[in-house]
Design a protein around this ligand. Structure first.
Ligand SMILES: [Fe+2]
Ligand SMILES: [Fe+2]
Length: 232
């Protein structure tokens, strides 16, 4: 299965409009944003657990990155309320479930081979920093090689400089409305912009976004090869 698998092209999806697709597990559904592979895939997905649903134990070949968007996600190690950022590297495994239901942003099979840090961050309790432009505050979540992950809050009326994306940029708008000279992106919008793309972003209303940069350096064919290796 290939969904938005050409990483040289920009993709902008209002994720709220996508259909929920059943997973092999009862009560767990997903909205597929990008995907190379079948049930084991290099994939970016919004996943919804119905109350009382859970997955069987699984390992994380290629790693698993999660931002809890809504509700409470759980596994045998703990409970992770909305706002929790989780990285489960290759070699880890768990049995996830949700007692009262939850919605997650999940990226699978996308860790560098030597990115083995296990991370749990409660973004609602963590310390935020001032950004390079007035009106921006930043919560760094992870950095490895050229890849950087952060939450960025834009105060109403914040404008940022024109910039290019070395290694691409991926954004999920979590709250409010993000904008640039090309469009208006309300909460739920997922954007993946390729290596060396550029824009001049701003926010009239203010917003909170998840941002990952520097992870799309490989050509599309290499992503296919990497994904196939990670799934083997
Ligand atoms: Fe998992
Ligand atoms: Fe950008």
């Amino acid at each position: 299965m290939f969904i938005n698998a050409d990483f040289g092209r920009q993709v902008i999806i209002p994720s709220d409009t996508l259909p929920w697709v059943a997973s092999p597990v009862a009560g767990v559904e997903r909205r597929m944003l990008d995907r190379i592979g079948g049930e084991k895939a290099r994939a970016t997905t919004i996943v919804r657990y119905a109350p009382g649903s859970g997955f069987t134990e699984h390992a994380h070949a290629g790693g698993e990155e999660i931002l809890v968007l809504d509700g409470v996600f759980s596994d045998e190690n703990g409970d992770y309320p909305a706002g929790t950022y989780i990285r489960n590297p290759s070699g880890s495994s768990h049995t996830p479930f949700s007692k009262n239901g939850c919605t997650l942003f999940v990226k699978l099979h996308q860790f560098d081979h030597d990115d083995v840090t296990q991370i749990r961050i409660d973004t609602l309790q963590a310390t935020w920093y001032s950004g390079v432009t007035p009106g921006l505050s930043v919560l760094p979540l992870h950095a490895h090689g050229t890849e950087n992950v952060a939450l960025v809050r834009w105060a109403p009326g914040t404008h940022f400089n024109r910039h290019r994306h070395w290694g691409g940029e991926e954004i999920l708008v979590l709250e409010g409305t993000f904008q640039d000279e090309h469009g208006i992106y309300p909460a739920g919008t997922w954007m993946r912009s390729p290596h060396l793309s550029g824009h001049t972003p701003f926010s009239v209303e203010g917003c909170l976004i998840y941002v990952k940069t520097g992870h799309l350096l490989l050509a599309a064919e290499q992503f296919h090869d990497e994904a196939i290796r990670a799934m083997a």
